[in-house]
Design a binder for this molecule. Structure first.
Ligand SMILES: CC(C)(COP(=O)(O)OP(=O)(O)OC[C@H]1O[C@@H](n2cnc3c(N)ncnc32)[C@H](O)[C@@H]1OP(=O)(O)O)[C@@H](O)C(=O)NCCC(=O)NCCS
Length: 184
């Protein structure tokens, strides 16, 4: 199976897998406090230990092999550090042809358009190579940075779900958004 590697001006998008789990470990360790308020409980329960990152990376790789997910890490040209995560999960085929998008950027690199650069490249791959029709992405009503990013990427608000996702131990409301591929 061909594994994608996508160049953007500042980064290379690589699939998360056992061979680069240590980059994920360094990223999660650096960004623990930055990510905790916004991450689903499952990610927080996994934690940031090397063992937990190994397991997440193994599952991500298997998910790609199974056609269930495409989980990218964005690795900075030069430093070779992981600067962002861009995860397309819950891929459903049949008449839906859809998935969910989740993302985060290194705290030190927020507000520089890097997440937009990485997510745009990932979305292009999911629409043109994986041939999905719809990408869904949700954010907490208070996550204005995430909302601005989704608007800039062309996502449209589709609804509001009460007590939708458990984040940091609480059932949180979420704003539901989607981007539709006009070509598939
Ligand atoms: C949500 C998150 C990924 C958004 O990251 P971000 O850096 O704000 O997003 P972008 O890459 O689109 O950057 C946009 C900002 O960069 C600025 N910018 C600078 N250079 C830019 C460029 N060349 N192109 C585009 N924007 C640029 C924009 O003006 C904008 O600034 P603003 O925040 O002051 O409005 C980030 O806040 C994050 O990781 N949060 C924690 C995890 C999280 O919430 N995940 C999402 C859960 S739903």
């Amino acid at each position: 199976m061909n594994t994608p590697e996508i160049e953007t001006p500042r980064c290379t998008l690589r699939l998360l897998g056992p061979h680069n789990a240590e980059l994920l470990h360094a990223y999660r360790t650096r960004n623990q406090d930055h990510l905790a308020p916004w991450e689903p409980n499952t990610a927080q329960q996994h934690g940031s230990s090397a063992e937990a990152c190994d397991l997440v990376a193994q599952r991500a790789w298997q998910g790609f092999m199974d056609g269930a997910s495409v989980q990218f890490m964005a690795v900075e040209h030069g430093s070779q550090r992981m600067l962002a995560a861009c995860n397309f999960t819950n891929i459903v085929r049949g008449p839906l042809q859809a998935c969910h998008l989740g993302y985060s950027v290194d705290q030190q690199h927020q507000g520089k358009g890097l997440m937009h650069e990485v997510a745009s490249a990932g979305i292009h791959y999911m629409f043109h190579s994986v041939c999905l029709h719809r990408i869904m992405a949700n954010h907490m009503p208070t996550n204005t940075r995430s909302e601005r990013l989704l608007r800039a990427l062309g996502f449209e608000r589709e609804g509001y779900a009460r007590a939708y996702l458990k984040i940091a131990g609480q059932w949180e409301d979420m704003v539901l958004n989607a981007l539709v591929n006009p070509q598939v």
